[in-house]
Structures are given as structure tokens and as C-alpha cells.
Design a protein around this ligand. Structure first.
Ligand SMILES: C[S@@+](CC[C@H](N)C(=O)[O-])C[C@H]1O[C@@H](n2cnc3c(N)ncnc32)[C@H](O)[C@@H]1O
Length: 333
């Protein structure tokens, strides 16, 4: 298992700020990896900024997101990091307000769709580093509409981080896809580990800032059915979501139990409506080390936990009884 734990690469980290980024949840994800996960094909159908992908650094991976600008950036990094860095270096020379709105307006101009991945990637990263709160938000016509932020000296070009991401994507031959999560995992099954990090369920409103279209309760239900279908085909599945009664009930109805990981995060970008919510993890297997180890008492699990600064903390999985264990290592909690 080359990662995590061996040759940590500090520069290998998300190259964009992304709403719902999972850097803080990474220790919980690591505690809940399935045994032998790195020998499996890793699927991340809601990859976003890639905090889990770049934190876990699986040897073989499929990364997908429906945001076409974001996936153009991943492609540019994999195929032509040098070209992207040169273009971004040009943009980074001018971070004035006038220039920000010129760059932002590029998607309103004819021919934008035929720009190269490098051009679009450089624009995305420039805007991400200089816009308000690093938000990604588009209007009903799909045009980026976040106002400029008020950073004094934003780091628009982080060449070491871009090169580290590029090297990883190439070395691990990460297959990049742009589209719907169901399409991304359609070939997954036995020998696959799928980590789902969808837009979180927000009971009081439709959280639509990732992309026009949003991800409502019907989408959460469709995702649950995909999760259950994969579990039935022998894939190991892990999913994070907001800790709401709707989410718990959705998975409970198919026999999967959501377990709180107690992280508390802000899920609403509008300052006035900021609400804090806990998070849950749902999985269909025992983590490394089995039910009693809770994922970090075995040699491998313990090392990975230590790499993320964890000692032997109580795990939410310890409360799960042995009687829940099903044959083949798969479990419905
Ligand atoms: C919670 S964010 C993922 C954050 C990511 N784990 C990170 O660390 O940055 C959810 C992502 O799902 C994407 N998304 C929304 N609907 C989708 C769909 N139907 N299929 C695939 N991706 C989708 C959004 O564009 C967004 O990037």
C-alpha cells in the first residue's frame, strides 16, 4: 500500500478551494477505509477539489465531477501542466478589479466553449483564488457570477502544488470523467472502492451553488439507490453526508446505518443563513482491522491514523456488534 503513510508529498493537495472540501474529514475517512483498499480501483464520483483523492493517493483511480470547468482543469493538469502554469503566470500578473471582471466575463464571449483546457483551467484557478470566498457559483445560464474577493495578496499561482497534482494524476493514471455520478461508477463492482461525497443534504433549502440544477432530495434518493446497487455488486462503498433525519432514514430503509463522525461544518455560503450541521459516514463493510478495531488498531490502520495525527481515539464503529457481520466481509449496519 504506497499511500497514505509512505513518501508524504506536502504539495499534493487540492489546487482549488472548493465548497464541501474534505480535508478536515480525512482522518475519519482514513479510519474507515476497507481492508486492502489500495489494491482496489478507487472511484470518486464527486471529486470536487480532490481532498480525499490527493490525501489518500490511491494507486488506481477514477475521478469524476459534473462541473465541466473543474474537470477541464484536472485534464489540463494531467496532460499539459506546463502550458497551464504559463497561462496562469500571465494572468497572475494582474489581479486588479478591472482584470478580475474581464477574466470573469470570458464565458460570456463567443468562442469560449472552444478554448483549450489549459485556457479554461487557468481562468478557473485565477477566479477561484481571487473571487469572494473561493466560491464556485453560476447563474441560470451557467455563467460564473461570483464577485471579486478582497484578498490583498492572493497566491494565484502555486507552481509546486500544480506540479505535484500533475505528477500524481499521471503516475496513478487517474481516469478523469466529467458527468453524472451514476455513469462514473457503472463499471464498479468487486475489487472497487467507491467514496461518495455528494452535495450535502440541506433540509431547509436547495443548495445550488456548485452548478445550476442543484442536488435535491430526489437526487439524494437516486444516489442511495446507486450506493445500494454497488453494494449488491460487491463494491466497497463509503459515503459522507449531512447528519439529518432524512439521510439517516434514506439509508436505514435499505438496511445501511449512518454513523455520526461529529464533524461540524458550515454548509450554507450565505453568511446570514449559516447553519452548522454534523456529518455522517455510511459504509457497507468493516474498516481495516474489523469491527472491534474500528479501523485503526491493526498495523496498517494504526499507521494511517498516525499519519493524520490520530492516536487511539474511540471509534464510532466500536459500538457495532459482531452479529451484524455478513459473509464476504460486506456488512449492512
Ligand atoms: C461536496 S462537493 C465534493 C467536495 C470534494 N470531496 C472536495 O473535497 O473538494 C460535491 C461535488 O459534487 C459535484 N456534483 C453535483 N452533482 C453531481 C452529479 N450529479 N454527478 C457528479 N458530480 C456532481 C459538484 O460539482 C461538487 O464538486
Amino acid at each position: 500500500m504506497p499511500y497514505p503513510g509512505k513518501s508524504p508529498t506536502p504539495d499534493l493537495k487540492p489546487f482549488v478551494k472548493w465548497a464541501g472540501g474534505k480535508r478536515k474529514l480525512l482522518p475519519d475517512i482514513v479510519d474507515n477505509l476497507p481492508e486492502g483498499w489500495d489494491g482496489m480501483t478507487y472511484y470518486e464520483p464527486f471529486v470536487g477539489g480532490g481532498a480525499a483523492l490527493f490525501g489518500l493517493r490511491p494507486s488506481k483511480a477514477v475521478a469524476c465531477d459534473m462541473n465541466s470547468e473543474l474537470m477541464a482543469a484536472y485534464r489540463a493538469l494531467k496532460d499539459d501542466a506546463g502550458g497551464l502554469i504559463s497561462r496562469l503566470a500571465e494572468l497572475a500578473r494582474d489581479i486588479s478589479e478591472k482584470r478580475y471582471y474581464e477574466v470573469r466575463a470570458m464565458d460570456r464571449q463567443e468562442g469560449y466553449a472552444s478554448l483549450s483546457d489549459c485556457e479554461r483551467a487557468a481562468r478557473l484557478i485565477y477566479l477561484n483564488r481571487t473571487c469572494y470566498n473561493g466560491l464556485y457559483r453560476v447563474n441560470s445560464r451557467g455563467l460564473f457570477n461570483v464577485p471579486r474577493g478582497s484578498y490583498v495578496d492572493p497566491k494565484v499561482l502555486d507552481e509546486a502544488a500544480l506540479r505535484a497534482v500533475s505528477a500524481y494524476l499521471r503516475k496513478a493514471k487517474v481516469r478523469l470523467m466529467c458527468g453524472d455520478f451514476a455513469e462514473a461508477v457503472k463499471d464498479a463492482g468487486e475489487g472497487s472502492f467507491v467514496y461518495f461525497d455528494p452535495p450535502y443534504h440541506a433540509p431547509d433549502r436547495n443548495f445550488t451553488s456548485y452548478q445550476s440544477g442543484g442536488f435535491g432530495e430526489d437526487e439524494q434518493e437516486r444516489l442511495r439507490d446507486v450506493f445500494a446497487g454497488l453494494a449488491g455488486r460487491g463494491a466497497r462503498c463509503l459515503l459522507s453526508n449531512a447528519d439529518t433525519p432524512f439521510v439517516r432514514d434514506l439509508y436505514r430503509r435499505k438496511g445501511f446505518k449512518a454513523v455520526s463522525v461529529k464533524a461540524v461544518r458550515v454548509i450554507n455560503s450565505r453568511a446570514a443563513g449559516r447553519g452548522k450541521v454534523g456529518e455522517v459516514l455510511i459504509r457497507n463493510y468493516w474498516p481495516c482491522g474489523g469491527p472491534q478495531a474500528g479501523g485503526f488498531r491493526s498495523g496498517k490502520g494504526f499507521r494511517t491514523a498516525r499519519r493524520f495525527g490520530r492516536s487511539a481515539l474511540p471509534s464510532p464503529w466500536l459500538s457495532v456488534g459482531l452479529s451484524d457481520f455478513r459473509s464476504g466481509g460486506l456488512v449492512r449496519l
